[in-house]
Design a protein around this ligand. Structure first.
Ligand code: SF4
Length: 435
């Protein structure tokens, strides 16, 4: 059985580049965060560009009531028409009058120079005093100056942990914190598995309600569900919590290692672990068998995008038989991803950061079967007749856990299958459906 995984030594990345890079900014993470925390509102303090990004990236209809908005600051500040604190107060008052259901207001900083100069934590503190106890106000930076969009979630969680209640006694502290935003369907499955393993005091961070943030202290163990949580890890460790080190719950192997590490930390017997995980593991393997013929031996190039890339590459190699031409990550948290990197075959080129033109040249020269990349690169690659997959889909889709293992493989297999169908259809002179 594949019980706990022990992280090995990560070999250093072979390519490190600091040139032009193509990733979304940290505001993008609001798209999944605002859906998860049902009584929170994310107020971006930013520019029209920020508002346009969120409007188009989230695909929000004008008459829906999303739990995020942008307070546009730049023009007023430049013209000296209003003090930014007054302007923010005005926006917040209007918002709260319209949405009294909001229990947590999150001010999100952005990168226009006017906003960078604005002391957002201080503004949050002031608004907190003004609106307590019915409303909690906090802040973090979602600025595009960070290396990638998933750092928005990392910064948010670090701020949330900073405000989590302190554990006064051993009984009050969470026993296990699962850090990292997970889709509800995945969270429910993990809750059931952990309950069946007999793990007590499990909390997900962020929780679905702003009031459910657990007390954290030296009695707390935590495990990451996402690989981009460097700042959140530091914040949890500063509270005295201990990290359970393992790989991430992608695929049957990753999920078993992840649950196995929790089981070991809480002294669950091997027999109980087997009993609880045997059936879902078999289902995950059966789902994978269906996709393996599409992926085995396929050469895949992963551009840096979300920081999930080393985990995706490990899944592809070990569970589908695909080959990795190059795996990039915008930033490598070496300690958090050491286990993933140690499980890649020796010699797989790992790149950190990006010089996009040089990386495109390497990709073209390697002629991979599939390119996993950002939306901005995918269309030009498709126009050259190359197959691509948008990497952001791996962030927005439920892919963690046993029951999603087939869906994860399907995301990689779909472009290959579609291409095969089109080729067949053209050869046979018939129309084919691409779905
Ligand atoms: S935070 Fe910066 S990079 Fe992001 S949308 Fe606003 S201006 Fe653009």
């Amino acid at each position: 059985m594949t019980r706990p995984f022990t992280a090995g030594c990560a070999s250093p990345p072979t390519i490190r580049q600091r040139g032009q890079h193509e990733v979304f900014c940290g505001l993008t993470s609001i798209i999944w965060l605002h859906r998860k925390i049902q009584d929170a509102f994310f107020l971006i303090v930013g520019s029209r560009t920020c508002a346009h990004l969120m409007q188009s990236a989230a695909g929000v209809m004008i008459f829906s009531e999303p739990r995020f908005a942008t307070a546009i600051m730049e023009e007023r500040d430049l013209a000296g028409m209003a003090d930014m604190h007054d302007e923010l107060d005005r926006v917040v008052d209007k918002l709260l009058a319209r949405r009294p259901d909001i229990k947590m207001l999150v001010l999100v900083g952005s990168c226009p120079s006017e906003v960078i100069k604005f002391d957002l934590p201080k503004a949050a503190e002031r608004l907190n005093r003004q609106h307590a106890p019915g409303l909690r106000v906090m802040s973090y930076s979602g600025s595009g100056i960070e290396t990638t969009f998933t750092q928005g979630e990392d910064n948010f969680l670090a701020a949330l942990i900073g405000e989590a209640p302190s554990a006064g006694s051993e009984d009050e502290a969470a026993r296990l914190v699962i850090a990292g935003c997970l889709p509800e369907v995945v969270e429910d499955q993990f809750s059931r598995l952990l309950r069946d393993l007999g793990i007590p005091g499990v909390h997900f961070l962020p929780a679905r309600s702003s009031s459910a943030t657990p007390a954290i202290g030296p009695q707390t163990k935590f495990i990451l569900a996402q690989p981009w949580l460097g700042a959140a890890t530091a914040a949890l460790e500063a509270r005295g919590a201990t990290r359970i080190d393992t790989i991430f719950p992608l695929g049957e192997q990753g999920t078993t290692a992840w649950l196995g590490a929790i089981a070991t930390a809480f002294d669950v017997t091997e027999a109980r672990f087997e009993e609880v995980t045997q059936a879902p593991r078999q289902r995950a393997r059966a789902a994978l068998r269906h996709y393996r013929p599409w992926l085995e031996g396929r050469r895949i190039f992963l551009f840096p995008d979300s920081q999930l890339e080393p985990s995706l590459a490990r899944f592809l190699v070990n569970e589908t038989g695909a080959e990795i031409v190059e795996v990039g990550s915008p930033y490598l948290h070496r300690d958090l991803s050491a286990g993933e990197i140690a499980m890649l075959p020796p010699g797989v080129p790992i790149s950190e950061g990006q010089d996009v033109d040089m990386q495109i040249d390497r990709c073209r020269a390697a002629e991979p079967d599939l390119i996993v990349c950002g939306m901005g690169l995918a269309n030009p690659f498709e126009a050259e007749g190359r197959l691509s997959k948008w990497s952001i889909e791996f962030v927005f889709s439920p892919i963690q856990g046993y029951e999603q293992t087939g869906d994860l493989a399907e995301l990689f297999a779909r472009p290959l299958r579609r291409s095969a169908m089109l080729t067949q259809g053209l050869a046979g002179g018939e129309g084919v459906s691409c779905n």
